[in-house]
Write a protein that binds this ligand. Sequence first.
Ligand SMILES: Nc1nc2c(ncn2[C@@H]2O[C@H](COP(=O)(O)OP(=O)(O)OP(=O)(O)O)[C@@H](O)[C@H]2O)c(=O)[nH]1
Length: 777
Amino acid sequence: MFTNLRIFAVNHQKISSLHINTMCCCKIRLSLKRSKLHEPVGRKYSSLPGLIGNDIKSLHSIINPPMAKIRNIGIMAHIDAGKTTTTERILYYSGYTRSLGDVDDGDTVTDFMAQERERGITIQSAAVTFDWKGYRVNLIDTPGHVDFTLEVERCLRVLDGAVAVFDASAGVEAQTLTVWRQADKHKIPRICFLNKMDKTGASFNYAVESIREKLKAKPLLLQLPIGEGKTFKGVVDVVSKEKLLWEVNSDDGKDFERKPLLDVSDPELLKETIEARSALIEQVADLDDEFADLVLGEFSENFDLLPAEKLQTAIHRVTLAQTAVPVLCGSALKNKGVQPLLDAITMYLPSPEEHKYEFLPWYKGDLCALAFKVLHDRQRGPLVFMRIYSGTLKPQLTIHNINGNCTERISRLLLPFADQHVEIPSLTAGNIALTVGLKHTATGDTIVLSKSSALAAARRAGREGEKKHRQNSETERLLLAGVEIPEPVFFCTIEPPSVAKQPDLDHALKCLQREDPSLKVRLDPDSGQTILCGMGELHIEIIHDRIKREYGLETYLGPLQVAYRETILNSVRTTDTLDRTLGDKRHLVSVELEVRPTEAPSVVPVIEYAPGVSEDLLKVSQEAVENGIHSACLQGPLLGSPVQDVAITLHSLMIYPGTSTTMVSACLSRCVQKALKKADRQVLEPLMNLEVTVTRDHLSPVLADLAQRRGNIQEIQTRQDNRVVIGFVPLAEIMGYSTVLRTLTSGSATFALELSSYQAMSPQDQSTLLIQRRGST
Ligand SMILES: Nc1nc2c(ncn2[C@@H]2O[C@H](COP(=O)(O)OP(=O)(O)OP(=O)(O)O)[C@@H](O)[C@H]2O)c(=O)[nH]1
């Protein structure tokens, strides 16, 4: 077996040439505390647990543990809540690293891109595998910045459970709400970790209350803090009525004392704990009938006698049902409370087999996996992270990619221990694998054993959900991704240093798009320039920098522009005829159609056919008709921006025999454009949700500034000593806001932005924009 196992220890020199990138970017958080750039620090990694001392037994358990012992877990939070620090502690206590990494020193394992280390920011999520008390935990550290929300969502799709990390002095913050909603959407059971309990201003009760109020969740208090802020020393385990104290002088928090609470030594704390435990038991009994029967039967006289295990099992069920969330607390930075968090992960979050996936029976044990992340490694080519739902992955296995409709071979199979990768002979369902050798698989692709296996699964799926999935093609039913890719809100031109380098730029952009589906690249039909479209200023900056660092290309970005949309306000009916003779062939198309605004929002045009349009004709030309309509709606008549919220009804269509489909599309496209031009038109602009956290002293200048930016303030909340301004502001007005806010508040404020919707511009703002655009072209 040893011959099949090799460790790829990736040292820091390698990292810079390996995956990812080194780039400079600005962190939206305004505090400059990390402005010092760090050289990547050399760091020793221990051998993997089980690989030392010829321990073949644990070696076996490392590769394929029983499914009940697997936990696929994500860590999600608002920026800076402490996800990376918590992950570092987790890796240290699980024996995977020998020293404690620190984001402020730039030597963490999961933030392993050089830029992440330099700036202490998580950009790409990294999967880390480790073992804890006989459990295999695959942990994903996700980015907190809103520009990378898609990364978070993509990871949530493959997880069975998540830990939501909060800054205990701030409670629920803007980005927490976003990721919480995403976790709701993917039905991910969660536990909450109130981090930074050591920080001045930390408040357990305040943070719990904000979970209740803002997330509308039912917190189950499994712990109580012993002290808060500077006096924070440990926690009380409410379930077992024990106190856990970390030694004051311990520099790594590895050793801590766990003692039962006794009336003689801790009368007050014991009383408080018994009350909290009774409240917890009542809360769980309210949510779980089986537990209620137990409590009301055997233990109704005295809750105190209820064994901890019974309560734990019930909490596990309630967590899975997502009717409540267990809450724990600690301080990752000060090394307190992380080991109990690990215990809670294995105890309360589900194993893969506890998640019922409707598609599993379709495969009957054949391979089914989702590629959820692609990284480009200069030496090994693309590395694809996969969640295996069914079947087994092996090196040299030929697999079929349903999205790409292609077949390719996995050359090697690895277990992703952050920047150490262990080569393995096979990996079974429930695990997260890293594959080498797949050249065409992109993020979000569904992987199966073979084309025939996909067809067999599609037939089973078809039989099962005949009505439910009627519109989808056979194989579309099998696609797992389900991650909606938000439309980009920013774009800019990108140019290579010389025309000769254009193919290199195209290659780099193609690779980056496979990794990151939220990056869109298109060609400007008028200028022929390449256009980059992204989710935010930081996103585009990072792509630019990655092209330089990873692909050695110095590119030039045009000014960053807001991605507007257009729509129409009234119905217009029009006709068009295209009559062209090419060679000896006559192409003749005649069309009559109507464009009108839709009632419900729709990014793509809604296409309808009037009864007068011949069904036979549509059978052969429908695709060409719809291509023509879609292409017309890509460039609206006002700004050349995509047109949305329009419905198009085709009233008549005449096609002369022998006319090419290209001519049909061209005629439709021209006719739609003509109709759009005749209609009353409206520019839609991206409107952002804005949350600014600012000290009381700086509130007035921030509000005055927002008023000038067409900001619409909805609410000003009090968060401890700070004020939180919540409102909307047009994206066009908020570009470069980090610099302005830093100046206004001496670097003491933070802000978070998220796309809310596209909204109609006022006539005055619209005409100013149009004048500006026309002036600049
Ligand atoms: N006082 C205190 N500070 C902490 C604690 N945990 C993390 N920090 C600090 O908070 C800052 C952010 O920590 P990170 O671990 O990078 O947070 P993150 O959530 O991973 O941040 P992003 O990846 O940028 O979203 C760093 O300066 C940490 O040292 C804690 O328990 N107590």
